[in-house]
Design a protein around this ligand. Structure first.
Ligand code: NAI
Length: 329
């Protein structure tokens, strides 16, 4: 079995080499767009990350591919239907550390409510004044609407509840435990209208594409804050840009955004740009916008869990032909 890893860093390579000693394992630090597919098209197992876009065109060039394992929870970068047609099994790491992503969402929220970006830029300029523009918001005065209460969203809801926020939720499936904690499920329209903060935690799909768009943002409270650690295209970049530039929204904490690979994979430095990526760069200059590079998952615990789960998944697949809890159905 030939195993190919793409989008790995040096410490990933050391770990997987040590942990999969009996297999032929080949590593690429680049993402799949920057690799000559001819070099890897005989792979039997392919381990990828979210920046490896596996569409039908790319997948059709693999002749012997039996398993794709993505080192992520989301699988929207892989054409799952085409994999099914071809009999290529797909695995993900569904719960490597949902708390890590929820904590990053909280981190973005607190940075915005307490205006840390603005305050920090002033103190860097040796301005230690305490004027009115730096006044913050208390969480226990705010209503938060959590959209998507799966593993990450439900933890975010619990943290926010424990911090004294009034927590509302919207999901196609209600989580009974959250209801017993006093978290109220309401429809999307009502959630949008009453929330001071909206935090997105749904997977990306045709159904969640631009779930938050111009119409929805117009219905939000003036000065509301949006947090997005889910997937970029759940939130319409153009609508977000306009609402922040014209002051409709009070702030945004954005870990994921449309065309993020242009900036995260340094394509921007090679002259590749897009209107959406430029808008994100412009938004990043605002004091009430915090942009992070799809890094909500990136903690020591999460990275260790991902690595150990990938090895566990490959081993059970090689020994028993099974994927167990890792199988994407
Ligand atoms: P999950 O599958 O446990 O929860 C997703 C929830 O969204 C479920 O409760 C589901 O019912 C709900 N949902 C699905 N479609 C919906 C719709 N159309 N309307 C309303 N609710 C809907 O997933 P988990 O682990 O909580 O992750 C959520 C997403 O977070 C992932 O799919 C991924 O895109 C993103 N993520 C981002 C990371 C980052 O580093 N920024 C890291 C890990 C995940």
């Amino acid at each position: 079995m030939k195993i190919v890893f793409t989008s790995v860093n040096k410490s990933d390579i050391e770990f997987y080499k040590y942990s999969l000693p009996e297999s032929e394992v080949i590593f690429f630090q680049d993402n799949i767009d920057n690799i000559n597919i001819k070099e890897i098209c005989d792979a039997n197992i392919l381990s990828v990350f979210v920046f490896d876009k596996l569409d039908k065109n790319k997948l059709s060039q693999f002749n012997n591919l039996k398993l794709i394992i993505t080192r992520s929870a989301g699988v929207d970068h892989i054409d799952i239907n085409y994999c099914k047609e071809r009999g290529i099994r797909v695995a993900n790491i569904p719960a490597y550390s949902p708390k890590s992503i929820a904590e990053h969402s909280l981190c973005l929220l607190l940075n915005l409510t307490r205006k840390i970006k603005l305050i920090s830029s002033k103190t860097k300029d040796i301005d230690f004044s305490q004027n009115e523009e730096l006044i913050g918001l208390d969480l226990d005065q705010l209503k938060i609407g959590i959209i998507g209460t799966g593993k990450i969203g439900s933890w975010m809801a619990k943290i926010c509840k424990n911090l004294g926020m009034e927590v509302y939720a919207y999901d196609i499936k209600e989580n009974l435990e959250l209801k017993t904690l006093g978290i109220k499920y309401i429809n999307l329209e009502s959630l949008i209208e009453i929330s001071d903060v909206i935090s997105l935690h749904v997977p990306y799909s045709a159904k969640t594409h631009h779930l938050i768009n111009k119409e929805k943002i117009n219905k939000m409270k003036d000065g509301a804050i949006i947090i997005n650690t889910s997937r970029g295209a759940v939130l319409d970049t153009n609508a977000l840009y306009n609402a922040l530039m014209n002051g409709k929204l009070g702030g945004a904490g954005i870990d994921v955004f449309e065309d993020e690979d242009i900036l995260i994979l340094n394509r921007y430095e090679k002259g590749i740009v897009s209107d959406k990526a430029l808008k994100i760069l412009k938004l990043n200059t605002l004091p009430n916008v915090i942009i992070t590079p799809h890094i909500a998952y990136f903690t020591k615990k999460a990275v260790n869990n991902i690595r150990n789960s990938v090895v566990e998944c490959i081993n059970i697949f090689l020994k028993e032909g099974k994927l167990g809890k890792f199988e994407v159905v």
